[in-house]
Design a protein around this ligand. Structure first.
Ligand code: AR6
Length: 179
């Protein structure tokens, strides 16, 4: 059966019904700002405690923890590349999406929600990042047995429009957005 792609405007910490949300983390898996700050605030201090022995992680890597006080049972933390510093950026960003999906698959999760990794504090140009994200998801999807739903949660209307536009070229979906 297929994998469904959803693109929504929203907040990554408000995704009930999703097995794992993906954190655009820092190497030390500490709270920080942006997505990571919001996730740690909502999850409570138990998340930072669980993260401590798993850090540091390298660009492209993914680790899984519990969701603590979040509505989701799991969080998958990935470290995106800092644009202009961690090279090659596109391969490292693709590794984030691929490794998060693999980890979800290993844990037999059926749904996960991604933010637009690296496009905030890490400075990755949004359109280039959307191409890498959607292309990697489309390439990885056929091998997934457990993951049935991939949701991309965009923080702004503009980013949602961008993803919808880019997905036409990179996600070979049917009319139900399934691959
Ligand atoms: N829900 C969904 N998307 C969000 C949210 C949210 N609550 N908040 C921000 N975004 P960023 P990065 C969007 O900076 O670039 C942190 O300080 C945001 O508009 O969270 O990978 C960490 O500690 C942008 O499009 O992640 C790291 O040091 C995207 O999510 C560093 O930032 C990613 O923005 C990671 O930087």
């Amino acid at each position: 059966m297929g994998v469904k792609l959803e693109m929504v405007k929203g907040n990554i910490i408000e995704q009930p019904g999703i097995d794992a949300i993906v954190n655009a983390a820092n190497a030390w898996l500490r709270p920080g700002g942006g997505v990571a700050g919001a996730i740690h605030r909502a999850a409570g201090p138990g998340l930072a405690e669980e993260c401590r022995p798993l850090a540091p992680i390298k660009p492209g890597e993914a680790v899984l923890t519990g969701g603590h006080r979040l509505p989701n049972p799991y969080v998958i933390h990935v470290l995106g590349p800092v644009y202009g510093r961690d090279k090659p950026e596109d391969r490292l960003l693709a590794a984030c999406y691929r490794n998060a999906l693999r980890l979800a698959e290993d844990h037999r999760l059926s749904s996960l929600a991604f933010p637009a990794i690296s496009t905030g504090a890490f400075g990755y140009p949004p359109r280039e990042a959307a191409v890498v994200a959607l292309k990697t998801m489309a390439e990885t999807a056929p091998a997934l047995k457990h993951v049935k739903l991939i949701r991309v949660v965009l923080f702004s209307e503009g980013d949602l429009k961008l993803y919808e536009e880019v997905s036409v070229g990179y996600w070979p979906f049917d009319k139900n957005m399934q691959i």
